[in-house]
Design a protein around this ligand. Structure first.
Ligand SMILES: Nc1ncnc2c1ncn2[C@@H]1O[C@H](COP(=O)(O)OP(=O)(O)O)[C@@H](O)[C@H]1O
Ligand SMILES: [Mg+2]
Length: 392
């Protein structure tokens, strides 16, 4: 709920803390790269410290236009956290998707302030269900967790939702690859893959699947050469079999993942559970991108053939569709099988390099045969084993 801005907080910027202390906190904030001058940061610190020392205990959204503070400030009454929204004032956005606009904020702490990511999205049924999912998955490993979720009207009156999450400093898998061409260590790729399967297995264990496994939805953090990855953007999660099966397109990465799964399910070769756990094709596609820093070349043609998918779930007994699927299966196998064969020889001869072994796994995930693709749990074990071997 929005409360009126408490008057004593608004205009008064005098504070009980010493100017040296103000300057030292401002210095710490400056090292984060906030796009603010040192003078602005000092002013901000005085304002925030005054806010902290007031007895105000409600959640607040203090627009800078009303308070005249250098930036808009938000307080979560429950956790007592204070967020300073940097928006896009002299600092680039964190990212942007089809629904959300994500910018930087500071999670204020006089000793160790941090940058965090604030996603702003229009209030809607879909947004509400995404927010419910954050709550549901808040104890799951490998899945993005919010620090604070709030709601407030725009100046135009439209209602907005805000989801504040830890900032993953390498951005999405897509941004990470774009910014680090040819410089990503293979060990990092294995760890990223492992973390993605940790998240996918958690989803499966709760009867959910991510319909939007595209490379913009995995967020990567690196500190002292240790990589951590989570599945973000919970907007694509579903526990509805029909939705999982129909795979209504949420992004291009999904389009080519569904038809063979659907077919196997309709032909009773797959159970519902299989359907969720074998949802690895689109992960394979994102991991192919991580490995080769490029899209799977043979997929574009099939994506262009997307209307096939629409036909499939409307008319699954149509023999023309089965024929088209067979053609697709052959095409995929023509691309993957010879290379898989070549790489299996290297495995037998124990001459395979880690990079090639990664490729061998990814080609399986991209197979048009759901059985060959294996399950999330299978791949989690594979990548876990490799990551453990590397640490020894
Ligand atoms: N916590 C975060 N850390 C780093 N980057 C993020 C974070 N949250 C979002 N992003 C960036 O913002 C983009 C859009 O966010 P996302 O949640 O995928 O929105 P949408 O639902 O609109 O697709 C992502 O692709 C990513 O680049
Ligand atoms: Mg997204």
């Amino acid at each position: 709920m929005l409360l009126p801005v408490p008057v004593e907080i608004v205009w008064e910027t005098k504070t009980h803390i010493k100017e040296e202390k103000v300057a030292s906190i401002a210095q710490k904030l400056a090292t984060l790269g906030t796009g603010m001058t040192l003078d602005e940061l000092c002013e901000l610190v005085r304002f925030v410290e005054r806010l902290r020392s007031s007895n105000e205990c409600a959640s607040l959204y203090l627009r800078k236009e009303e308070t005249k503070a250098p930036r808009t400030i938000e307080v979560d009454s429950e956790s007592k956290r204070i967020f300073i929204h940097l928006k896009t004032h002299n600092i680039p956005e964190v990212g942007r998707g089809h629904h959300k606009r994500v910018t930087h904020s500071i999670l204020y702490d006089p000793d160790s302030p941090k940058l965090v990511a604030t996603a702003v999205v229009k209030e809607s049924e879909a947004t509400r269900s995404e927010i419910d999912l954050y709550e549901k998955f808040k104890r799951c490993k490998g899945i993005l967790k919010p620090l604070y979720v709030s709601k407030h009207p725009k100046t135009s009156g439209k209602m907005l939702r805000e989801i504040i999450t830890p900032l993953y400093n390498k951005g999405s898998l897509s941004t990470f690859v774009r910014n680090n061409q040819k410089a990503i260590p293979i060990a990092a790729k294995y760890k990223i893959a492992k973390d993605i399967f940790v998240g996918s297995c958690e989803l499966n264990s709760m009867g959910y699947v991510n319909r939007d496994n595209n490379k913009g939805n995995f967020f990567i953090h690196e500190e002292n050469n240790t990589y951590t990855t989570v599945i973000g953007d919970l907007g694509g999660y579903t526990h509805k079999l029909k939705e999982a099966l129909e795979q209504k397109p949420l992004g291009p990465s999904l389009r080519s993942s569904a038809p063979d799964l659907q077919r196997a399910y309709y032909e009773n070769r797959l159970t519902e559970q299989d359907l969720l756990s074998q949802h690895v094709y689109s992960l394979g596609r994102s991991l192919y991108f991580l490995l080769h820093e490029d899209e799977v070349p043979w997929i574009t043609a099939f994506d262009d053939n997307y209307p096939l998918l629409a036909k499939l779930y409307k008319d699954k007994t149509n023999p023309a569709i089965a024929q088209e699927l067979d053609r697709y299966t052959e095409e995929v196998h023509a691309h993957t099988k010879p290379r898989i064969q070549e790489l299996s020889v290297k495995i037998q001869q124990q001459t395979i390099e880690p990079q090639e072994r990664f490729e061998y796994y990814v080609l399986h995930m991209l197979s048009a045969d759901p059985e060959l693709r294996k399950t999330n749990a299978y791949w989690l074990k594979v990548f876990e084993t490799f990551c453990t071997l590397q640490q020894e």
